[in-house]
Design a protein around this ligand. Structure first.
Ligand code: E4P
Ligand code: PEP
Length: 361
């Protein structure tokens, strides 16, 4: 039946259907070696220990807002792995390797959705490029962070991920809460864009318990997933329409909400997004304010998120015009030199807190 057929009732607004590679095929083409699997598991364990306070380091989720050029992202990962090793006594550094971008209205939706940056939507190639880069980053010894947006994407890449995010725009979605309840890694859940922390706390409660939902299995076959619940979900304060929420009073209020809900009192603070007003020059200011709280002994701050790339700022994609190497095409990021300085500041703050809490200062 053609799309012009007057009796056609289905797919009236679908232009084209393209077969999708199966998760099993992609894993076969780009396998996670046993050594890499060990690293991913060790990364997840390390994150969970920081969240639980068994490890007194500070988790730092740092990297580009989005990956659009895997070569530049790998270049960044090589540099970050050196700094991460240098500050490893005080910081657990996890690299943001984000391939899925939730948009407020419309815009580029990330490398998986549109790897050629031209709206052609070559998802098969996007998944391939994403998985290849993830394996390379894991191979460098860096734990990886991803936001999960599309509910079937995790089957293709989640085996490489040590820290997952549910973003501000999807934190109220049942689909994403169910997904988080079955993900194998700790998952940070952001406050809503309007600033609501209570909705994120609801998300943590929802994701902590078992769910049944529909998805696909590794062969790509529709499957009913029965989850166990994810006890490693935690709150990420990212600010919002009502302003930033990284100040001591905001942190105290968030910890109180968590305690009232019977959840562990721990937060990660995002120095970007609503906390920086998307101004990358503000991120170091936010990070410094958070570092001061950490250095003062605030236990509940378990981590910090930073948006950072090789070149500072952001750029628009202009058809046929070259892109600046290592500069974000989504949110503005701190440049590399600035990032190193911020990481060093956070490392000193974490060391100071460890000394304060052990009574050896
Ligand atoms: O982190 C990236 C962006 O903040 C997020 O994808 C929303 O961007 P937008 O408001 O420009 O669509
Ligand atoms: C989209 C992101 O953040 P938020 O959900 O806080 O806007 C992000 O961290 O890339």
């Amino acid at each position: 039946m053609s799309s012009q057929d007057p009796l056609r009732v289905a797919d009236q607004r679908i232009d084209k259907v393209v077969p999708l590679v199966t998760p099993a095929l992609l894993h076969h083409e780009l396998p996670l070696s046993p050594e890499m699997a060990e690293r991913v598991l060790a990364g997840r364990r390390a994150v969970a220990q920081v969240l639980d306070g068994q490890d007194d380091r500070l988790l730092v989720v740092v990297g580009p807002c989005s990956v659009h050029d895997p070569e530049a992202a790998l270049d960044y990962a090589r540099r970050l792995s050196e700094v991460a090793a240098r500050v490893a006594d005080d910081l657990l550094v996890v690299m943001r390797v984000y391939f899925e971008k939730p948009r407020s209205t419309v815009g580029w939706k990330g490398l998986i959705n549109d790897p050629d940056l031209d709206g052609s939507g070559n998802v098969n190639e996007g998944l391939r490029r994403a998985r290849r880069l993830l394996l390379q980053v894991v191979d460098l010894g860096l734990p990886v962070a991803c936001e999960f947006l599309d509910p079937i994407t995790p089957q293709y890449i989640a085996d490489t991920v040590a820290w997952g995010a549910i973003g501000a725009r999807t934190v109220e979605s049942q689909v994403h809460r169910q997904l988080a309840s079955g993900l194998s890694m700790p998952v940070g859940m952001k406050n809503r864009p309007d600033g609501s922390v209570a909705v994120a706390v609801d998300a943590l409660r929802a994701a902590a318990v078992p769910h049944v939902f529909t998805g696909i299995d590794m062969s790509g076959t529709p499957a009913i997933q029965h989850t166990r619940g994810n006890a490693d979900c935690h709150l990420v304060l990212r600010g919002g329409a009502t302003g930033p929420n990284y100040a001591e009073t905001d942190v105290r209020a968030a910890l109180r909400l968590l305690a009232q809900a019977g959840l562990p009192e721990r937060v990660v603070i995002d120095a970007s997004h609503g906390n920086s007003g998307k101004d990358h020059e503000r991120q170091p200011v936010v990070a410094e304010a958070v570092a001061a709280q950490v250095a003062g002994g605030r236990r509940g701050i378990v981590g910090v998120m930073l948006e950072s790339f090789l070149a500072p700022g952001r750029q628009d994609v202009v058809p046929c015009a070259p892109l600046v190497y290592g500069q974000s095409i989504t949110d503005a990021c701190m440049g590399w030199e600035q990032t190193v300085a911020v990481l060093e500041g956070l490392a000193s703050a974490a060391a100071r807190r460890a000394a304060v809490l052990s009574g050896s200062h």
